[in-house]
Design a protein around this ligand. Structure first.
Ligand code: AKG
Length: 274
């Protein structure tokens, strides 16, 4: 499901596209059931401190990041040869205070190009009430701007990094039904408020699909091959998981998370468990 010209023009001008239909609500509900069964079975592998790169040890998430419609939408923006840098399960519990400060994804990713895109798939309703992602249109045109690290307790981001002096009156809410997706540019300033609804707000962020010209600036980067030509030697290829949480997947995910953490925390005064 490639994007049409109008959608691509919108992305170039505003830095985002939403909503994009990926699957039915019934299919999204099955994924929620699968995820919640995995959370119950492997609590140490999917708790609030351990939601990065779960696609490296859970085949149903690896299948999801290779979903034909998601991949072809991303391909329309970054080109045919594609790898995936990481995933984050952004889960906000019902009536909870966790939030995401205004930030740009690329700030600490240590990549040399902005030819990558974050796909964010809603598995439960993502609404203003449940704390959907909101963004300031056009901010992707400014390059990376200064962030301050807050390490706020309730902030889901690694360093609690935030861009100050945002004109919130310009914000657009990406309201999504389960099974819909948004796409945003790595320089787009975005964030989200707490979930004030009675339901979990579950989003899978595929962060991000990299085009073939993207290279690391420093650090180790473990990426999953998605399609097209093979991964260049500057990256480490993370294997596709075979069985849920098996030894190989566990090792691959731990290695990716350690490297991910070293890159994201570079130069930080403090570090919390990823
Ligand atoms: O899920 C959220 O509330 C924030 C997501 C986000 O910051 C991202 O996907 O880059």
């Amino acid at each position: 499901m490639a994007l049409n010209k109008k959608q691509i023009a919108h992305y170039k001008k505003h830095g985002w596209i939403a909503p994009i239909d990926i699957m039915s609500e019934a299919e999204a509900a099955i994924l929620v059931q699968t995820l919640e069964a995995a959370e119950a079975k492997y609590p140490d592998h999917l708790n609030a401190q351990n939601r990065n790169n779960a696609h490296l040890s859970f085949p149903f998430l690896a299948d999801l990041v290779n979903h034909e419609k998601i991949v072809s939408a991303a391909e329309s923006l970054v080109g045919q040869d594609m790898t995936l840098w990481s995933t984050v399960l952004f889960i906000k519990e019902p009536n909870s205070s966790s939030f995401v400060s205004w930030h740009q994804d690329a700030t600490y990713m240590a990549l040399n190009s902005d030819n990558h895109v974050t796909a964010w798939l809603a598995l439960t309703p993502s609404t203003v009430e449940s704390g959907c992602v909101a963004a300031i249109p056009g901010t992707h045109q400014t390059g990376i701007v200064q962030h301050e690290d807050t390490f706020g307790e309730e902030n889901i981001l690694t360093r609690g990094q935030q861009v100050k002096n945002i004109d919130k009156s310009q914000a657009v809410n990406f309201e999504l039904r389960p099974g819909q997706m948004s796409l945003h540019h790595p320089w787009l300033v975005h964030g989200s408020l707490p979930n004030r609804s009675k339901q979990r707000r579950i989003g899978v962020a595929m962060q991000s699909y990299l085009g073939s010209d993207v290279r690391p600036v420093y650090g180790e980067h473990h990426v999953m091959h998605i399609q097209g030509s093979s991964i260049t030697p500057e990256f480490i290829q993370a294997p596709y998981p075979k069985n849920e949480c098996d030894e190989d997947g566990f090792i691959a995910r731990e290695a990716a998370n350690k490297a991910f953490s070293d890159v994201l925390y570079r130069g930080a005064k403090t570090r919390r468990k990823l």
